[in-house]
Design a protein around this ligand. Structure first.
Ligand code: NDP
Length: 316
């Protein structure tokens, strides 16, 4: 049978390119989990995806109710769930003030981490009950947060979760900071922090559930896709200079199509079944297991993050 992959944020950029790459193989049905139904539908058509190769299901990660509703809706499709890809993200590098999810969490961490945390926890039982030979939960990471040993990982502001006091306080700006470490709001840092949370979460899933469920947990850095909508909120000069900078200076540039193929590989390649791994690609586009920064591989922090996140999303 065909595999079924849920991809969040499949309406643009990496998510769309991955949905297209998987659908084109004829071996996958993609559940496009998107907040804007019409945009997703137009994007799939414009990408030339075959109508029978995907189903769009509404998901707004900025609302825990929407996440729970999504889980119900997706179960009603009565399709097995073989792979889940947590890909959607918001990035607000120029925001002067924080914005908030429906549940009152600072937006970047609320969407990128907490929304996905609840989604992944809920869908784990569905993955477990699938009879697909290789079941996977993939959380998209980033070099800017995960690899402080690289140029891109050292551009300030750097990710830092501190002792998680802001998160423990509810990340709501009411009696607690909107930043995980308890500091002042900084949109670029909030994004990087959320990506560290993504990578810590993937490893904690691996430690807690890999043996018991047989599910492969993985993260990846697909390369710098300087052309996606992720940078839509950046200043115009940045948007003009960033793609050539990545192409010629850092040489980390990768097209949306190529990045989509990389993520599709992590979804479906029979050789990428190792769990607890953070995949990257070298210049010849060969995948390798990358190292994570000290903070992004801190097991105590991962456990603490897991426990606080459970409380915030109502699982504990
Ligand atoms: P895009 O902005 O093109 O795509 C982001 C997707 O997330 C869109 O589909 C967007 O939906 C969706 N999204 C945003 N907010 C929500 C929400 N509240 N609920 C549901 N969906 C939402 O960016 P990219 O494709 O670049 O980013 C995809 C992933 O790749 C992210 O995890 C990012 O961190 C990661 N990444 C990107 C890199 C890059 O260089 N671009 C580098 C490393 C990692 P909509 O279309 O409705 O706006």
């Amino acid at each position: 049978r065909k595999g079924t992959a849920v991809i969040t944020g499949a309406s643009s950029g990496l998510g769309l390119a991955t949905a297209k790459a998987l659908a084109e193989t004829g071996k996958w049905h993609v559940i496009m989990a998107c907040r804007d139904f019409l945009k997703a539908s137009r994007a799939a058509t414009a990408a030339g995806m075959d109508k029978g190769s995907y189903t769009i299901v509404h998901l707004d990660l900025a609302s825990l109710d929407s996440v729970r509703q999504f889980v119900k809706n997706v179960r009603q499709l009565e399709m097995p769930i073989d792979v889940v890809v947590c890909n959607a993200a918001v990035y607000q590098p120029t925001a002067k003030e924080p914005s908030y999810t429906a549940d009152g969490f600072e937006m970047s961490v609320g969407v990128n981490h907490l929304g996905h945390f609840l989604l992944a926890r809920e869908l784990l039982s569905d993955l477990q009950s699938s009879d697909y030979p290789s079941k996977r939960l993939i959380i998209v990471g980033s070099i800017t947060a995960g690899n402080t040993n690289t140029l891109a990982g050292n551009v300030p502001p750097k990710a830092n979760l501190g002792d998680l006091r802001g998160l423990a306080g509810g990340l709501n700006g009411v009696g607690s900071s909107v930043m995980i470490d308890g500091g002042e709001f900084d949109g670029a840092k909030a994004y990087k922090d959320s990506k560290v949370c993504n990578m810590l979460t993937m490893q904690e899933f691996h430690r807690r559930y890999h043996e018991e469920t047989g599910v492969t947990f993985a993260s990846l850095y697909p390369g710098c896709i300087a052309t996606t909508g992720l940078f839509r909120e950046h200043i115009p000069l940045f948007r003009l200079l960033f793609p050539p900078f990545q192409k010629y200076i850092t040489k980390g540039y990768v097209s949306e199509e190529e990045a989509g193929k990389r993520l599709a590989q992590v979804v479906s390649d029979p050789s990428l079944t190792k769990s607890g791994v953070y995949w990257s690609w070298n210049k010849n586009s060969a995948s390798f297991e990358n190292q994570l920064s000290e903070e992004a591989s801190d097991a105590d922090k991962a456990k603490k993050l897991w426990e606080i996140s459970e409380k915030l999303v109502g699982l504990a």
